[in-house]
Design a protein around this ligand. Structure first.
Ligand code: OGA
Ligand code: MN
Length: 350
């Protein structure tokens, strides 16, 4: 029997999941939320109890999420706290390029272990604003409304307001001359409502563009500017001269070629982009608006609902993403990001 359950008002516990598994019920509200147990999609329900019914893989297992859009895969059977052998790192690397978002489930790692794991894939960036870097590990960008002493910060606090940049579609570090190739992102304190992370597959978006549009956008370049995104969230503490010097205004191709897969994608980072080179602001806004509207259709998205122990690894060369807002005055959210430095962007243009 296949049943469809739309949403749970009062929460769902492990026994409920077991019963659902036995009856092959599919909980389905929005198809592309996380799949956590075979045949059961846990969607938009208040699932907060630790899910002991998860299967524990004994060896590395990469399970694509079954949404049909080939975006995201769950990784089980490894412990990121340990040094992984080169073969495992290679397998993870290839799956990361292929599925774009990897979800490592049930990981309990420290900041130092997160840094170590991330380093296996390349050099790390440091976030340009000192205020949101961890003091103990400069490579950790704290995406958090809680300070390092555990104090819940007021919504008007500078670092909390900066979080609003991550709540708009973007590609990490697109404002750098050499943008980031990916990030490892660890949930530490999670929100029960809001705070999901959504990803958009910009390779598929590009592939589906009408031929005439592809021809139009292939040669274009766009200006990216860290200050554009800071202005978008209002009145932040000005950058120091040193911080400013690290992020000069840059230009990038609008269509890029992935250095590993060779696939083309839109290099679309709306919150950091100011305009397309050589176009009036009005024409540029119109074209970017059109591309963004095409991109953010549900069929191109994976929406990650956070579970305790989740560590994500995403590819900034083929995706854009954003965080969903949450009630910052009431809820605490602590996430730590490590960021992989990338390579100069290869253009698809002539
Ligand atoms: C980021 C980011 C998403 C989130 O840190 O770059 O986009 O869910 N975070 O907080
Ligand atoms: Mn981001």
């Amino acid at each position: 029997m296949i049943g469809i359950v739309r949403s749970f008002a009062g929460g769902i516990n492990v026994n409920t999941i077991k019963a659902l598994e036995r009856s092959s019920v599919v909980i389905q509200e929005a198809k592309n939320y996380a799949c956590r147990t075979p045949g059961v999609l846990l969607i938009n329900c208040d699932l907060v109890e630790y899910p002991s019914v998860w299967e524990y893989a004994m060896s590395l297992e990469i399970r694509p999420n079954p949404y049909g859009n080939h975006l995201s895969a769950e990784v089980r059977g490894i412990d990121l706290a340990h040094t992984l052998d080169p073969e495992t790192i290679r397998t993870i690397h290839d799956a990361w390029v292929d599925y774009k978002v990897l979800i490592f489930v049930d990981q309990h790692i420290s900041d130092a272990q997160q840094v170590e794991f991330t380093r296996r894939f390349g050099a790390l960036e440091e976030f340009p604003m000192k205020a949101v870097r961890s003091d103990a590990h400069n490579e950790i960008f704290r995406v958090s409304n809680v300070d390092t002493q555990g104090q819940h910060l007021p919504a008007e606090h500078n670092t909390v307001r900066y979080l609003h940049v991550t709540q708009k579609w973007h590609i990490d570090s697109s404002y750098r001359e050499i943008p980031s190739k990916g990030a490892v992102f660890r949930g530490i304190e999670l929100t029960r409502h809001g705070g999901e992370t959504w990803f958009c597959d910009l390779e598929q978006v590009y592939e589906d563009l009408p031929a005439a549009m592809r021809k139009r956008v292939d040669p274009l370049r766009a200006v990216h500017d860290f200050e554009v995104s800071r202005r978008a969230v209002g009145n932040l503490t000005p950058l120091s001269a040193e911080e400013k010097a690290a992020v000069p205004v840059v230009e990038h191709p609008l269509v890029r070629v992935h250095p590993v897969s060779g696939r083309r994608s839109l290099f679309l980072s709306p919150v950091h982009m100011s305009h397309i080179v050589g176009m009036s602001i009005a024409d540029s806004s119109m074209l970017l608006g059109e591309l963004i509207d095409l991109a953010v259709q549900d069929k191109y998205l994976y929406k990650h609902r956070w579970w305790p122990g989740d560590v994500l690894m995403w590819d900034n060369r083929s995706l854009m993403h954003w965080a969903q807002p949450f009630d910052e005055g009431v809820l605490r959210r602590v996430m730590h990001r490590t960021t992989l430095a990338g390579e100069r962007i290869a253009s698809a243009g002539p």
